[in-house]
Write a protein that binds this ligand. Sequence first.
Ligand code: FES
Length: 153
Amino acid sequence: PPESHVSLTVNGTRRTVTVDNRTSLLDLLREQFGLTGSKKGCNAGACGACTVLVDGRRVNSCLTLAVRLEGAEVTTIEGLADGDELHPLQQAFIDEDAFQCGYCTPGQIMSGVGCIQEGHTGSPEEIREWMSGNICRCGCYVKIVRAVQQTAG
Ligand code: FES
């Protein structure tokens, strides 16, 4: 199958790789880079478990082709903490107990960071709407929204 070279920055590190043109960003992250924090739930854009930031914007990495990311800056859950210091939203998820099984949590947190950066945090309803692409089968939505709201301040 056709392959391409792509150079992108992942969590601050420049990477140049050869990928099959059909490879998703999610598979590149998980299988070639060993960054397994981003989860594969549906692999079809319906659950949000694979959410990462590309140039500061939220994307479903399962729907994003790696070859399209020449020069892009990707941030995953692994790149969110500052050394031993958790990102405030990571800490808020712990403080609010905003998860049960944890499978959706990396995607929820990355989506929450995007939601805060975009300024869609005026009310619980607004947060719920702008986080609606992230499904939680355990039903932790109330606490997730609370964590996002507290972090937004
Ligand atoms: Fe990408 Fe579900 S795995 S949206």
